[in-house]
Design a protein around this ligand. Structure first.
Ligand SMILES: CC(C)(COP(=O)(O)OP(=O)(O)OC[C@H]1O[C@@H](n2cnc3c(N)ncnc32)[C@H](O)[C@@H]1OP(=O)(O)O)[C@@H](O)C(=O)NCCC(=O)NCCSC(=O)C[C@](C)(O)C(=O)O
Ligand SMILES: [Mg+2]
Length: 293
């Protein structure tokens, strides 16, 4: 990633900027990318910026990861997050923890985003998550997120991309399911046709409906489309607010609110059966709506 793009990325209202040492950087530019990233970290984050500053290092098996970590974890300003690509086993996590034990001192803690992007990674996914959580109790890192690397995944399993993404459906669902089981965020795949905003919207909304927490973007033009897709709509907020208000009222008065029909602990609201799981979905909507303010 060249400095011009990094400078621009730091002005965007996004949750995390990933400074890339890996696949976005040509093999003969790795040293230069490290030096550029070191310079950006030394300069410090722009005033008022709440954006998480992350570094995507090269994969452990590439043999380049140690130098990437050594470079970005030296100096006074550490990145908030390391994005670790092509994680395939708990052994990779042990290697990472050992590196962190030498490179991150004092009480500093680095967030860890784990990229899952091969058949082996999916076969070992539960072990990877368990190992990340266990090791984080003893080492200075906090596993926060799983990312679905769909492009590497398709290359790895020999899949052909289709317009309805059927070839990645199982993996895409497995990632979100496992992430949530370990209380991790799940970040959905990249949409590489960066000029096709309608296609991006459709894929983003699909990911949001599947339970993904957010999505990777590769171009500034993708940011507003993805952010809108992952935020609740006005209709959803109205529904959730109305339901929660009625429920609170019911709790206070003990009376069945108007239009509610209690049937074995469930009740009807705006034409749907509502029970505890639906109440939790309404709470999720309001939590997201508050986060976006
Ligand atoms: C597609 C490209 C080449 C088109 O780049 P372009 O310059 O031709 O586009 P543009 O439309 O002309 O750009 C408009 C403006 O936006 C800027 N810009 C454009 N992109 C960015 C960016 N990312 N960050 C910050 N700024 C950006 C660009 O510099 C320009 O700024 P200006 O108006 O001031 O002149 C370009 O967008 C790009 O390089 N994107 C990032 C690619 C990348 O990082 N790929 C690796 C991540 S995805 C991945 O690894 C896979 C995964 C997960 O591992 C797996 O599925 O396996
Ligand atoms: Mg990849």
């Amino acid at each position: 990633m060249i400095l011009k793009k990094i400078t621009k990325a730091l002005t965007l209202d996004v949750d995390c900027v990933a400074l890339d040492c890996e696949d976005g950087v040509a093999i003969n530019r790795k040293e230069q990318a490290r030096a550029t990233i070191r310079g950006v970290l030394d300069k410090g984050r722009p005033d008022q910026s709440k954006t998480d500053l992350g570094v995507r290092v090269n994969s452990i098996d590439s043999g380049l990861c140690h130098s990437d970590l050594e470079s970005c974890l030296s100096g006074n300003n550490l990145p908030d997050t390391i994005l670790l690509p092509k994680v395939e086993s708990s052994e990779h996590l042990k290697w990472f923890a050992d590196e962190i034990s030498h490179l991150v001192k004092n009480d500093n803690k680095i967030n860890l985003i784990i990229f899952i992007e091969s058949a082996m990674a999916f076969v070992n996914l539960v072990d990877i998550c368990k190992s990340a959580v266990q090791l984080s109790k003893r080492f200075n890192f906090v596993p926060t997120t799983l990312v679905f690397g769909s492009d590497d995944f398709c290359a790895n399993i020999g899949a052909t991309r289709t317009s309805n993404s059927i070839e990645i459906l199982h993996a895409r669902q497995k990632l979100v399911l496992t992430a949530k089981a370990f209380n991790l965020q799940a970040i959905d795949m990249v949409y590489i046709q960066y000029k096709d905003l309608d296609g991006l919207k459709a894929q983003s909304e699909e990911g949001m409906r599947m339970g993904y927490t957010g999505k990777q973007v590769i171009h500034p033009g993708q940011v507003p489309v993805v952010q809108e897709a992952f935020l609740p709509t006005k209709t959803q907020i109205d529904w959730a607010q109305g339901l929660l208000r009625s429920f609170e009222e019911h709790q206070k008065t003990g009376k069945v609110p108007e239009k509610w029909l209690i049937i074995l602990g469930a009740f009807a609201y705006r034409g749907s059966m509502i029970d505890m799981p639906t109440m939790k979905q309404a709470q999720n909507i309001m939590k997201l709506a508050k986060l976006s303010k």
